[in-house]
Design a binder for this molecule. Structure first.
Ligand SMILES: [Zn+2]
Length: 214
C-alpha cells in the first residue's frame, strides 16, 4: 500500500510552493503560458481512485489532458457532470480523443460484483451490474474470481465507450465531420501499464438503427 503518513494539510501547501519554485527554475514563462488558456486534444474519463491520475500515468503535463473522474469510470446518461464535461470537451475544446480508462483492482467494480450493501454508492454502481447482466455468460465462464473481476473492468469500459457513442454530443460531432475517436483503456496497477482494449470508435456507420441519432 502507498505510504501516506507524511501527507498533512500543511505539507500539501508547502509542496505546492516547492513545485512552483522548481517549475519556474526550469521554465520562467511556464505559468504565463498556462494562464493564457488550454487546448488539450484529449478528454480522459477515469476512476476517482488515487492511484490512477491521468497526467502521471500518461507522462503528460497540466494543460495536456481534460479530465473527468468518478467512482469506477461509470458512463451514465443522466450524469449532468459527465455530459457537461463531454460537451465542453467536444464542442468547445474540440478534442480528437475521448479515452475511458478503467483499472484493474477497481474497488467500485469489485463492490458491484458483490452481494453486499455499501450504501448510497450502490445506486451509482448499479449500472456495472447491468454490464454483468449483458455479459453474464462470458463472465460466469471465468472461474478465477480475480480474473472475473478483471474482465468486468474491461467490459465496464467497453460498455462505457458504447454509451458515449450513443450520445447526441458525440454523434452530432461525427455528423459535422469532426475528427473524434472514442477509446477504451485499462491500466494494470500491478505493472503501471495501460492496455488498449482496441474498441476505438470513430463513426456510427456500423451501429444498429436504434443507436443512430439522425
Ligand atoms: Zn476504480
Amino acid at each position: 500500500m502507498v505510504e501516506t503518513n507524511h501527507i498533512t494539510y500543511e505539507s500539501l501547501l508547502s509542496g505546492n510552493k516547492e513545485w512552483v519554485a522548481k517549475t519556474l527554475k526550469e521554465d520562467p514563462n511556464y505559468f504565463d503560458r498556462l494562464a493564457a488558456g488550454q487546448k488539450p486534444p484529449v478528454l480522459w474519463i477515469g476512476c476517482s481512485d488515487s492511484r490512477v491520475p491521468a497526467n502521471q500515468v500518461t507522462g503528460t503535463l497540466p494543460g495536456e489532458i481534460f479530465v473527468h473522474r468518478n467512482v469506477a469510470n461509470v458512463i451514465a446518461h443522466n450524469d449532468l457532470n459527465m455530459l457537461s464535461v463531454l460537451d465542453y470537451a467536444v464542442n468547445v475544446l474540440k478534442v480528437n480523443h475521448v479515452i475511458i480508462n478503467g483499472h484493474y483492482g477497481c474497488g467500485g467494480v469489485a463492490a458491484a460484483m458483490s452481494d453486499k450493501q455499501f450504501g448510497l454508492i450502490d445506486n451509482w454502481l448499479r449500472s456495472i451490474k447491468d454490464v454483468y447482466r449483458l455479459h453474464k455468460k462470458e463472465v460466469d465462464a471465468i472461474e478465477d474470481e480475480e480474473a472475473k473481476i478483471r474482465r468486468m473492468v474491461d467490459l465496464n469500459v467497453i460498455e462505457g465507450v458504447h454509451k458515449l457513442s450513443a450520445t447526441a454530443i458525440v454523434q452530432n460531432a461525427w455528423a459535422q465531420g469532426q475528427d473524434l475517436q472514442l477509446h477504451g483503456w485499462v491500466l494494470d496497477l500491478k505493472t503501471g501499464l495501460i492496455n488498449d482494449l482496441k474498441v476505438t470508435c470513430s463513426s456510427n456507420a456500423a451501429f444498429d438503427k436504434v443507436f443512430k441519432i439522425a
